[in-house]
Design a protein around this ligand. Structure first.
Ligand SMILES: [Zn+2]
Length: 334
C-alpha cells in the first residue's frame, strides 16, 4: 500500500500525517487510547486523548496525566487528518478510531465485541476502506452463546453453591468482565463480594455509571458472610492464600478460553463459563462485511489463520504484529 494513513512502527500504530499514535506501546508525544486495559493504555506518553468514559479509569491506573476526551462521533482534525471515536462494545469507554484523509478512511477496532453487554456502549460498525481488526478468537471453534444464556448458567451455579452451603468463586478480569457480571447477575440469589482490585475499579466506574451494590472483601469479612454468596476475583488470585477465607468454595471462570475444556482442567477450575468481551468467529466476519472494507489488517490473536481465510475469500488482508493480548492471558502470563 502506497503512503498508508496508518503504519505500525516500533512505538505503536502511527499516523505520519497527523504525527499522532494510537494505543502506542512505547512512550510517545501524542496518543489516542482505544480503551483502558493495560496493554492499550500505557504509562509514559506526553498527551493522551480518549473517550470520557475511559478517562477516570486511565487516570486511576496512570495517575496525574495530561488527558483530553472526545465524545463518540465528535470529529477533530490534526494537520488536516480527521479523527473520530466510535463505540467498540468491549468494555466501558472502549472505542474504535476512525481516521480520514482525502477520502481514504481507516478504522482501528481496538478490542471489540458485537453483543450489547448492558454496561459498555454497544458496538457500531463504521464504513471504511481499511479495517484494522483484532483476531483474539479468530477460529471457527469460538462461537459464543447469547449473554442471557451464559448469565443464567452462572446464576444456576451460584444457586447450587448456595444450596450446598458453599461460596461461589468466579474468576473474572477486574476491568470489564467483572462489571459486566455484576450488572447482569441475579442479585436476588445473594450478595456479590469482590476482591479489592475489582472493587477499586467499581468505585471509579460508579462515579459516572450505575452499577449494583457489591461488598469489598476485607480482613474483617468472615467466612460465614461469604457462604451462599458470590465472590468475584481476578484470575491471578486462583491458588493464592487469599482464597483460604472462602473455604468451602467452588471455583469457576468466565472467559472465551473456557471453550476448550482442557483449559479449565489445566487450571484446576471446577466450572467454566464461555463469556468473552471479544468477537467470536462469526461476529468477526459479520463485522468485516458491515465495514465494507476491502483491506483488512489483522493484529493480535489468531491473525495468521484469519488473514489467510480473508485472502482466500476476496479480501486484501495482511498481518501486523502488536503486543496486544486477551486480558486473562496478560493477567495470568500464560
Ligand atoms: Zn481489552
Amino acid at each position: 500500500m502506497k503512503n498508508p494513513l496508518l503504519v505500525f512502527n516500533q512505538n505503536g500504530i502511527y499516523c505520519p500525517k497527523a504525527k499522532i499514535y494510537i494505543d502506542a506501546w512505547k512512550p510517545v508525544d501524542k496518543v489516542i487510547i482505544s480503551h483502558a486495559h493495560a496493554d492499550h493504555s500505557k504509562y509514559g506518553h506526553q498527551h493522551y486523548l480518549t473517550h470520557p468514559n475511559s478517562v477516570p479509569i486511565v487516570k486511576h491506573r496512570l495517575g496525574n496525566i495530561n488527558i483530553e476526551s472526545k465524545e463518540w462521533g465528535e470529529k477533530f482534525a490534526i494537520n488536516g487528518v480527521q479523527f473520530s471515536l466510535h463505540p467498540a462494545g468491549h468494555i466501558i469507554g472502549s472505542s474504535q478510531v476512525r481516521v480520514e484523509y482525502k477520502g481514504d478512511v481507516w478504522v482501528y477496532s481496538g478490542d471489540y465485541k458485537r453483543e450489547n453487554d448492558g454496561i459498555s456502549t454497544p458496538f457500531e460498525p463504521v464504513k471504511c476502506n481499511t479495517f484494522i481488526t483484532e483476531c483474539t478468537f479468530g477460529l471457527p471453534a469460538f462461537n459464543w452463546k447469547k449473554q442471557e444464556i451464559v448469565i443464567n448458567e452462572i446464576n444456576d451455579f451460584w444457586k447450587e453453591c448456595k444450596a450446598n452451603n458453599q461460596t461461589a468463586v468466579l474468576f473474572a478480569y477486574s476491568l470489564g468482565k467483572a462489571q459486566r457480571l455484576i450488572a447482569n447477575l441475579n442479585l436476588e440469589i445473594g450478595k456479590i463480594y469482590t476482591h479489592g482490585a475489582v472493587e477499586n475499579l467499581n468505585e471509579v466506574i460508579r462515579t459516572y455509571k450505575n452499577l449494583p451494590k457489591t461488598y469489598r472483601i476485607t480482613r474483617e469479612t468472615k467466612k460465614e458472610d461469604l457462604i451462599g454468596n458470590l465472590v468475584i476475583a481476578p484470575p491471578s488470585t486462583h491458588g493464592s492464600p487469599w482464597l483460604k477465607k472462602m473455604v468451602p468454595y467452588v471455583t469457576s471462570s468466565s472467559s472465551g478460553w473456557m471453550t476448550f475444556r482442557g483449559n479449565r482442567r489445566r487450571r484446576a477450575i471446577d466450572r467454566g463459563f464461555v463469556l468473552s468481551d471479544h468477537v467470536d468467529w462469526k461476529d468477526l466476519i459479520q463485522t468485516i462485511e458491515d465495514t465494507e472494507a476491502k483491506n483488512i489488517v489483522c493484529t493480535h490473536g489468531y491473525k495468521d489463520i484469519f488473514s489467510k481465510y480473508l485472502n482466500e475469500n476476496g479480501y486484501n488482508s495482511f498481518i501486523e504484529n502488536t503486543p496486544f493480548q486477551e486480558e486473562e492471558i496478560i493477567e495470568n502470563n500464560v
